[in-house]
Design a protein around this ligand. Sequence first.
Ligand SMILES: Cc1cc2nc3c(=O)[nH]c(=O)nc-3n(C[C@H](O)[C@H](O)[C@H](O)COP(=O)(O)O)c2cc1C
Length: 174
Amino acid sequence: MKSLVVYSSRTGNTQKVARAIYDALPEPKEIFSVKEAPDPSAYDFLALGFWVDKGTVNAGSARYMETVTEKKIGLFGTLGAYPDSDHAKQCLKKARALVQGNDILWTFLCQGKVDPGLIKMMETKMKNDPHHSMTPERKARLEEAAKHPDEKDLADARALFAQLAKTAAGKVSA
Ligand SMILES: Cc1cc2nc3c(=O)[nH]c(=O)nc-3n(C[C@H](O)[C@H](O)[C@H](O)COP(=O)(O)O)c2cc1C
């Protein structure tokens, strides 16, 4: 069974998770950012990674995900919001829709520190925007996000994708 990890990452969070997942997969395996990613048709199991951009899958990952059909897939992503939030669930729903027609084995989300430039904008230009202004709740969430992905996130991603690869291999040989 051949595995492929493909991810997008603007500030490095999703890349960290992607590399952890890659480490946990059995050979043969390859890893690429979406910009260099090969045609997915030659692979059996795909770990597809994205970061959340304005409430949805970042555009580069979304485009790649739409090219994938009839594969065993694990989805992973990072975002500023809490992974168990309604916002995260909505993002995951959109990610799943992009790869419909595939066998989605499981999904993984964790927080990822938010670009300090964006935080600065929330504190200045967006300070009167109710969706982005710096409330105490948002500040706490961003402070928590700043600690992620942490070692536990990476260990969780490794453990999950090692298991998914076994499940996928079982299905490929069945
Ligand atoms: C332009 C921009 C838009 C973002 N939009 C959202 C969003 O809608 N929801 C969210 O939870 N996080 C959002 N984030 C936070 C990122 O999803 C998060 O920091 C992610 O870990 C970035 O991944 P990367 O380091 O791999 O680029 C946004 C970040 C940026 C820079």
